[in-house]
Design a protein around this ligand. Structure first.
Ligand SMILES: [Zn+2]
Length: 246
């Protein structure tokens, strides 16, 4: 029988592969009960790349933790943290979600903004203000105008993380600016060896993910900034600290 599906485009095949991954729950080797694992496509970028969340948990785990590897595509240290957290032993009570990148187009291109030139960390619907198109911090045509922003909004509202950590570069510190939980900021600083610092976006942050998260959801979101580069031991410390204090 002739198949009319012989010439499916490669993108569709790739998406079919991802959906196949989404229903697999593979046990991960660990002392005690095995951790479960799934992958979920939570949205699609402006250029059609899937935004994927990997979920690791044990039945009954209650501490929901979300880690975002990057929002700015030219900041790659956080991707290494997510890679470690995808495989290291999971504390019994942690319900862990990992998004390698919420900006897969920018990450593929090594560019801060998304494919439409929008700084996603100025596009969230909290204290959003217009800014100059063509700059590195363009906030977009309107609040939550970008598909990547909308995917994150939907996902965070759905899973309601107790703790969210989002990774950036290169300001070197754990951000205390408009912090929702200073004990959490201090614990992350102690665990990572990064100083507590206030990153106020040169006169006030607008449309940032953490501001939206901290104002509109019950959970706490914290920004961790690596320096321009990050050593392997530092990446490991951050990965361990996130699991320990979250
Ligand atoms: Zn950044």
């Amino acid at each position: 029988m002739r198949s009319n599906r012989t010439h499916r485009p490669p993108l569709l095949l790739a998406l079919a592969g991802l959906l196949a991954v989404a229903v697999v729950q593979a046990p991960v080797a660990h002392a005690g009960a095995a951790a479960l694992r799934e992958a979920r496509v939570i949205g699609t970028s402006a250029q059609g790349r899937p935004i994927v969340a990997v979920h690791r948990w044990r039945p009954g785990a209650t501490r929901t933790v979300l880690v975002i590897g990057n929002m700015h595509g030219d900041e790659r240290a956080g991707l290494r943290v997510v890679h470690r957290l995808a495989t290291r032993p999971l504390p019994t009570d942690v319900d862990l979600w990992l998004i390698r990148s919420v900006n897969p187009d920018g990450t593929a291109a090594g560019r801060r903004t998304n494919a439409r030139g929008v700084d996603l960390n100025r596009n969230f619907p909290r204290r959003w203000v217009p800014s100059l198109r063509g700059t590195a911090t363009w906030s977009g045509p309107s609040a939550a105008s970008e598909p990547e922003t909308q995917a994150v909004l939907r996902f965070v509202k759905a899973i309601r993380p107790r703790t969210t950590v989002v990774l950036h570069q290169p300001l070197f510190g754990v951000d205390s600016y408009r912090a929702k939980s200073m004990p959490l900021v201090r614990a992350l600083s102690q665990g990572t060896g990064l100083p507590v610092r206030s990153f106020g976006c040169r006169g006030g942050c607008h449309g940032t993910f953490t501001d939206w998260h901290n104002d509109r959801t019950p959970g706490r979101a914290v920004t961790i900034e690596f320096g321009r580069s990050a050593s392997d031991p530092r990446i490991g410390r951050v990965a361990r600290a996130v699991l320990r204090v979250a």
